[in-house]
Design a protein around this ligand. Structure first.
Ligand code: 6R9
Length: 650
């Protein structure tokens, strides 16, 4: 195979799986999905074992996905109780590393179980019942994991909202999920700066009330001790309620297809969708992928730097690792605080064996040179992972050479909020690596390339990435809108799940993800719809119309480029530009701040009024020579103005 990096012998020797194991296992998983998943469904504990395994259909008009459907289990009991029952109660479940390098703490499985039970009892006492939706808006502190597991314990459905979202975004999610209960903290702290979580919640609750959703209870974790408004009729301090709550709580028996959580994610149109995951299949899939893709071995320390507000945090900080009895590290801070050596200092401090982060962090640290990395020994590291966006070979090679010193396999893991767990990734030790390729599908996963007409492409080809059959971790529906679920994922190519990504398969059968083919952009691994940024912009009084596209950005992967047409009488100025950036930050969240704003007297539209984004993308990429045919535009002259005032000249 051309350009591969074979994993060194000593690793292949010690590895759990060989290439032959992978091939045999993969073939079997496709030839006999029932048998394969029956066997692996047994890796978790069932209160009542399942007899049925797979009952799924991608048929147009009748998409329905059920796995292990007659089984009964509890996710929190699988993540906590069963390890304690097996005598591993004193093993470390969570290592908490604070934003301040002087603060860290180890939490045993027994302690995590007790805290989770207490929180479950507090939720129950406050009236949360099986099936109710609980919104969690917390920083990266252990209470975030307790809150998720406490919901799972009593059968409530959690909806975690990333702490970087604005009050407006939070309110939209509270209303959509019809959630009457919020768990939050006084403040978060990242990179030495405070994040006003409680004050955001207060604003969000007021907005949600206007949208018809009342929040009757807020459980409030004291993190910084900062001054916050407390409404005694509604807000309850966790540390006070905790001491009064019992330390044990019987786990609710849940059907395999009972909802576990909702997580909102952006698509190319409309409001963010509530991706719904259920209990049995999700947990089996998160646990199996965590064990194999990271080759997790008992006693090892595993660290995923994601936030629990994103799916990576759900599956690979909380559910996967804890279901496997692993030690999972939760980091409250950022990679560059107090300095660019922080991640590697933490690796040494806690002797991290498996490290999983995003390409944007790798690129940002690469820009700071090798010295901060080399200051740490990194002796404990065994496996390096990446997720969230395509990784360029240059960043991959830096990760491999400088961070891992050519001894740690790099696992580039491709997946989505919708997929629940990793679908394409190498198995360390078993898969020869290629820098920039997510390599091969996981067991049971059938990726397919299709062209624009839906024709399946064989062998080496490039096209749109679909998955031909269901896997246990797949989302089950869009919360409250099954029609939208079918429309979004199953209508473009009938009978297949369409990922929204483009991909290439090379002559060795390796997969290379090329990025989104729809109007979704990926900025520092944060996924957002261009339509969301556009609607934030047009909600400003000076803006009449806006079009947003992504453009290549050295560190963030993609940057946000906005074309803005102003209202009659408004003047485009530097000041207004700043104001619009601030407006989008306030409407969506700081991570959605536009990088470039171009004031445009007109946008390139077809005669039917459709904006030709292809042209806007090329101008944003500083390729005015590659606009293609502009003759079908209603007013081709607008293009000249756009080109001469472009904001991204190199
Ligand atoms: C897990 C997660 C999903 C989108 C996905 C794709 C991009 C994720 C990737 C990757 C190339 C990888 N993506 N992992 N692209 N290589 N290893 O990130 O979920 O936030 O829903 O984003 O991210 O475009 O469609 P989510």
């Amino acid at each position: 195979m051309a350009d591969t990096i074979a994993v060194k012998r000593e690793w292949a020797d010690g590895a759990t799986l060989s290439d032959a194991d992978y091939r045999a296992g993969y073939e079997r998983s496709l030839a006999d999905p029932e048998g394969f998943w029956r066997e692996h469904g047994g890796r978790i504990d069932w209160i009542r074992p399942f007899t049925r395994v797979k009952n799924t259909s991608f048929a147009p008009g009748d998409v329905s996905i059920r796995w292990f459907e007659d089984g009964v289990l509890n996710a929190s009991a699988n993540c906590l109780d069963r390890h304690v029952a097996a005598g591993r109660g004193e093993d470390t479940a969570i290592i908490f590393e604070g934003d301040d390098p002087a603060e860290s703490r180890r939490i045993s499985y027994a302690e995590a179980l007790e805290e989770t039970c207490r929180m479950a009892n507090v939720l129950r006492a406050d009236g949360v019942k099986k099936g109710d939706r609980v919104t969690i808006y917390l920083p990266m502190i252990p209470e975030a994991a307790y809150a998720m597991l406490a919901c799972a314990r009593i059968g409530a459905v959690h909806s975690v909202v990333f702490g970087g979202f604005s009050p407006d975004s939070l309110a939209g999610r509270i209303v959509d999920a019809q959630s009457g209960f919020v768990v939050t903290a006084d403040e978060g702290v990242r990179g030495g700066r405070k994040v006003p979580l409680k004050s955001n919640v207060d604003k969000a609750i007021a907005i949600a009330a206007k949208g018809g959703q009342d929040v009757s209870r807020v459980l409030l974790v004291k993190r910084t001790g900062g001054e916050v408004a407390v409404d005694p009729a509604r807000d309850v301090w966790w540390h006070e309620a905790r001491d009064k709550a019992a330390a044990t709580c019987d786990p609710e028996p849940m059907g395999a297809e009972d909802p576990l959580f909702i997580l909102y994610t952006s698509g190319s149109t409309g409001k963010p969708k509530g991706v719904l995951h259920t209990t049995g299949g999700y947990l089996v899939y998160a646990s199996l992928t965590h064990a194999h893709v990271f080759d997790y071995r008992p006693g090892e320390v595993y660290w995923c730097t994601a936030d629990v507000g994103w799916v990576t945090g759900h599956s690979y900080i909380v559910y996967g690792p804890l279901a496997n009895g692993a030690t999972t590290l939760m980091f409250e801070g950022v990679p560059t605080y107090p300095d660019a050596g922080r991640l590697w200092q933490v690796v040494d401090k806690h002797e991290v064996n498996i490290f999983y982060t995003a390409p944007t962090a790798i690129r940002a640290l690469m820009g700071q040179g090798d010295e901060p990395v080399k200051r740490a020994s990194r002796r404990s590291l065994r496996i390096l992972g990446t997720v969230g966006e395509p990784i360029n070979p240059e960043a991959w090679l830096w990760y491999w050479r400088v961070v891992g010193e050519e001894r740690c396999p790099v696992v580039d893991t491709w997946w989505q909020t919708e997929t629940g767990g990793i679908l394409i990734a190498p198995l360390p030790g078993a898969t020869a690596l290629k820098p920039g390729s997510a390599t091969r599908p996981f067991f049971g996963v059938r990726p397919e390339l299709v062209d624009a007409e839906g024709q399946v492409l064989d062998r080496a080809a490039e096209g749109n990435l679909c998955i031909a059959d269901s896997w246990p971790g797949q989302m089950r529906t869009v919360y409250g809108d099954h029609e939208r679920f079918e429309q979004t994922y199953f209508s473009t190519y009938k009978g297949k799940y369409f990922t929204g990504d483009g991909a290439r398969r090379d002559a060795d059968g390796y997969w290379w993800i090329t990025g989104r083919v729809d109007d979704v952009i990926n900025v520092s691994g944060h996924r957002m719809g261009t339509a969301e940024v556009e609607s934030a912009l047009v909600s400003h009084k000076a803006v009449s119309e806006a079009a947003v596209v992504g453009y290549p950005h050295d560190v963030k992967g993609q940057g946000i480029y906005c074309y803005v047409t102003l209202m009659q009488g408004e003047e485009g100025s530097e000041e207004l530009r700043k104001e619009l950036v601030g407006h989008v930050r306030a409407e969506i969240g700081p991570f959605a701040a536009p990088d470039k704003i171009q004031f445009a007297p007109g946008l390139p539209k077809t005669r039917s009024g459709k904006i030709m984004r292809r042209i806007l993308r090329k101008i944003a990429e500083d390729e005015p020579g590659a606009l293609g045919d502009t003759s079908t535009l209603a007013d081709p002259a607008v293009v000249d103005d756009l080109v001469s005032n472009r904001q991204n000249r190199r």
